[in-house]
Structures are given as structure tokens and as C-alpha cells.
Design a binder for this molecule. Sequence first.
Ligand code: NAD
Length: 438
Amino acid sequence: MADRYLHFTGTAPGRFLTGRLGLPQPAELRRWSAEHPRLEGSLLHRTAGGTPLAGLAGVLARTGLTVTGDPAAGERPAGVVLDATGVTTVAGLAEVHGALHPVVRSLTPGGRVVVLGAPLSRDDHHQAAAQQALEGFVRSLGKEIGRGRTAQLVRTVSATAAESTLRFLLSPRSAYVSGQVIEVTDTEPAAPESWDLPLAGRTALVTGSARGIGASVAATLTRDGAKVVCLDVPQSRAELARTAESLGGTALPLDITAPDAADRIAAALPDGLDILVHNAGITRDRRLANMAADRWASVLDVNLDSVLRTTDALLESGTLRPGGRIVATASIAGIAGNTGQTNYAASKAGIIGLVRTLAPRLAERGITLNAVAPGFIETKMTAAVPLLIREAGRRMNSLGQGGLPVDVAETTAWLASPGSGGVNGQVVRVCGQSLLGA
Ligand code: NAD
């Protein structure tokens, strides 16, 4: 669904009028394209708090951006990476201010701020206080930085383990991700043979991929080299076949809630599976007082129970290979709650519980399990939302606009990458830093 307001504010009369009226002026986001695969401008690398993260300079150099310590006079950097992993005191936090205050205004529209922090110490409460302070700092900066710019915190002890994450956050692929805190564990990263085709040789299954976000996920995984199996309900057979065919993939018409769904998936993938994307989802909104049991049951079945059942079965049968990646779909409604969505929010919060508990257990098999939590994304699902609520949903985030399916797809592709082995058990919101939820 077209966001006419966004287009209007992109024109000279629109900018003038909305400026005079004090209305929001969302910036047009620059997303990845083959012609514009990188941010345009240099990358500033700064350090606060003394001990820098080993190997970070090399990782940043490999992003393809020109890395500098100080911008030339008049230069507008496209990104700043602040290594604050060594900040352990309030005095160290002053260095965070000192490093970013002079440059934040000069960042290009759509520019990126990435702060690197350390895991919170269990023994040193001064370190924990200083490191947790970075979270409040980054979330606030995301809210005030404007003009399509974003800010994130990545907690890591290893620059190389964080390479795939830094590449994602410092690229146009993360245009609609802001205000996130991502923890990267120190695993030996399996860097892909090619960062341009990181999923080459991998097989992916995307549920609910006849249309909407799922179709975009299937297309993005295909772009990154994966062979994709597209699954959707038999009623969407024709749309599903078109999507799969356009990607050179395979269509699997199947209701994911069918009792034999996992067996049929396993049978369709005799050589196994590397990437499992649980994207199929439904809404059946009513306030609880008006919600019949069947509305509750169908949403919980599609959005949560089928995810639990198929995940268990595909792990047990070994269909999901060692080193595999699972990406499930939560929602900001599952974090913040939403009127009329007790069923939907319960199902999406359940996904977060699943991710937190199962992910660490999968780590020993080299498998990761993460969730994307979309905010307002322009799809058929949100087109059905009444106009005023839809307009509020679009604007109530730091970027002042709804996201596109491709924003969720890019985030999924990053989590699915072999290089993202250190990203496990995370819930990453793709919501333009929505005002709803943490
Ligand atoms: P959509 O309705 O456009 O697409 C969902 C797809 O899932 C459809 O093709 C549908 O046929 C399929 N599906 C539904 N039930 C199924 C079943 N039992 N078996 C197999 N396939 C089934 O929705 P979308 O907006 O693309 O949403 C995709 C996912 O993202 C969902 O999990 C949704 O809850 C989540 N999400 C979307 C938004 C948003 O703003 N659009 C926000 C938060 C979360």
C-alpha cells in the first residue's frame, strides 16, 4: 500500500507545507540495490574508554567503506562506529559523548551510528552500569538523530564474530532497523566464501511465502545464493507457484498446521535443510471480551504451535543440518501488547520465549535460532487495518514511516548467513524504532 504522505513530504511543496505546519517529515530511506550496494560516504572509527577491540580496524576495512579516524573539513561521513567496549566508568561515558557529539550532526541523511559495547560484567557493577548506560544512550540517540539515520548497540567481545552484524548494520540493508541492542557471542565465525553470495549452496524453506513478507524473504535469500522452497496454504497454490517459479525455487503447497506438516516438509527435502524461516502468520483481531475460542485457537495454532511442532520435528529428524539457521517471526505486538490482539500478541510473545530457551541448547550443534519482530510493515495484513490506526502505526516510530517487506527480508538474510553464528537467541525488531515496546 502506497504511503502517499511520505511521497508528498519528499516533494518541494510537500516539504514546505509540512514544515510550516510542524508535521513530521520522514526521510525517504535508501535500501540496498545492485546499483547502490553500500552506504555513500566514509566511515568514522572512534574509540572511547581506553582498550580498543582487537581486530576491529581490519573488520571495518573489509566493509568496503573508506575508514577514517577524523573527517576532513566539510566531509559528511555515512557512518560512525564507536568502540566503547572498554568503557567501565562514568568517566569513560564522557568519552562516548566526546567522540560522537562533534560528528553526529554531520552524518549524511540515512547515516549509521553503531556503538560497540561489552557484555555486562557479573562481578564489576561499575562496568555493568557504564555498559548498560550505552543502551539508554543509543535508544535515545535513535529517537533524536532524524533524517533516516539509525543508531544501534552491538555487544561483543570479538570483532570478527561481529563482522556479519557490522556489515549488515553499516549497509543499506538495515535501513528500517534502529534502536536495537544485539548481542554477539564469541564463536568462531564461519565467514562465507563470498560476502556477496553468502548463502550459496544452502537450501532454505520459507513458510507463508506466496506473498507479503514471506515472498520477499524468499527473494532475498535467493539473491544471496540460496535454493528456496516456498511453502503456503493449498488455497494460495497459484500465487505460490508464481512466486516460487520467479525465483527458480520449488513450491510446497501445505497448511503448516496439518498434523503431518513436518513429515511432508522432511519428505520434500531429502538432502536436508540449512535455513528454516517460520514466517506464516495470521491475525483474527477482537477484544478478549468479544473473542470466540476459534479465533484464539487458529492464531495460536498457526503462529506458535505449528512453529514449535515443526521446529522440534525437523531438528529431531536431522532434516535441519548442523550449522543450520532458524529465523522465527515475532512482532512488536508480542513485546508491547496491542488492543484487540490478545491472541496474536500471546502467539508472538510465545515465539520470543521459544527463541530465548531453545537457542542456547542449539548452539552446540552450530545451529542458531533468532526472531525478527516486525513493526508496521506495508503488506496486505496492514492494508486491512482501519485508516486512522494505519496512519498512526506508520508514523509512530523514529523513522516516521512504515517498513517494507524487504526490510524484514534483509534482516532475516543477515541472521541466516553462515557468518552470523555468534548471533543466537536474539529478537531483532524491524520497526524503525517503534514507540511501542522496548
Ligand atoms: P500476509 O498475510 O501478507 O502473508 C502471510 C502468509 O502466510 C500468507 O501467504 C498466508 O497464506 C500464509 N499462511 C497463513 N496461514 C498459513 C498456514 N496455516 N500454512 C501455511 N501458510 C500460511 O502477512 P505478512 O504481513 O506478510 O506477515 C508475515 C509474517 O510477519 C506473519 O507472521 C506476521 O504475523 C508477521 N508480522 C507482520 C507485520 C506487518 O506489519 N505486516 C508486523 C508484525 C509481524
